[in-house]
Design a protein around this ligand. Structure first.
Ligand code: CA
Length: 229
């Protein structure tokens, strides 16, 4: 299994670096953001498995960021652990209402944080780590890979997300604008024809497995995934 990617969102550099140091040593891949703006950029570019979000951040509170991320369909697989110096029961409740999967109070022992991260990742894998099959394709959402008749399909990260979105909503037609929102994210500004470029690449990658016809163009409407014609 590939190492889980953890995004650390904390403006206090020594704390952020201390966490990154311990997580790296525990075998995780780490990404660091000092504010919400950086965090959202890294979320879109790197698709981490879990975000550690500090409550106190300069541009927006960690709780607001968590709420925002959980509302966005793009981040539905993202697990979130909130870090906070506050110990009040009220905060704990509102943290979880905001959509955080767990809650760790500062100061904490690195070992405890790692144990909590592992527990949350195990839960989110069990919940979201499904395999979706259609035709000769198998989409392994926990392993971020696609298998065709037992062979690994080589896909770039955007092609993977595009296929994942279409395949998990098979039969539904999506316009280019909808795909930009859902696959690229609502805050990314790219032209609609970018969608066509990636659809072409995706079809090309699927072609050698005989699955390129699964990505169908619906004239004047957009694209859909369908095994039938
Ligand atoms: Ca902070």
């Amino acid at each position: 299994m590939t190492a889980s990617k953890i995004l650390i969102v904390e403006d206090e550099t020594p704390i952020r670096e201390m966490i990154a140091f311990h997580l790296d040593r525990a075998g995780f891949k780490t990404l660091e953001a000092a504010d919400c703006r950086e965090a959202r950029q890294l979320l879109a570019d790197e698709r981490p498995d879990l975000a550690l979000i500090d409550w106190m951040l300069p541009d927006m509170s960690g709780l607001e960021l968590t709420r925002m991320l959980k509302r966005d369909k793009e981040n539905e697989d993202l697990a979130i652990i909130m870090l906070t110096a506050r110990t009040g029961e009220q905060d704990k409740i509102s943290g979880l209402e905001g959509g955080a999967d767990d809650y760790v109070t500062k100061p904490f022992a690195p070992r405890e944080l790692i144990a909590r991260i592992q527990a949350v990742l195990r839960r989110s894998r069990a919940a979201g780590g499904d395999t979706v099959s259609a035709g000769c394709l198998e989409l392994d959402t926990a392993g971020h890979r696609v298998i065709a008749n037992g062979d690994n399909v080589k896909l770039g990260p955007t092609e993977y997300r595009l296929l994942k979105h279409l395949m998990t909503h098979a039969g539904r037609v999506y316009s280019r604008t909808q795909l930009l929102d859902r696959v690229w994210g609502a805050n990314v500004y790219v032209e609609e024809r970018t969608v066509d470029v990636h659809v072409r690449r995706l079809r090309k990658a699927l072609e050698r497995h005989g699955a390129d016809t699964y990505i169908q163009t619906v004239r004047g409407a957009g694209y859909r995934f369908s095994v039938g014609s």
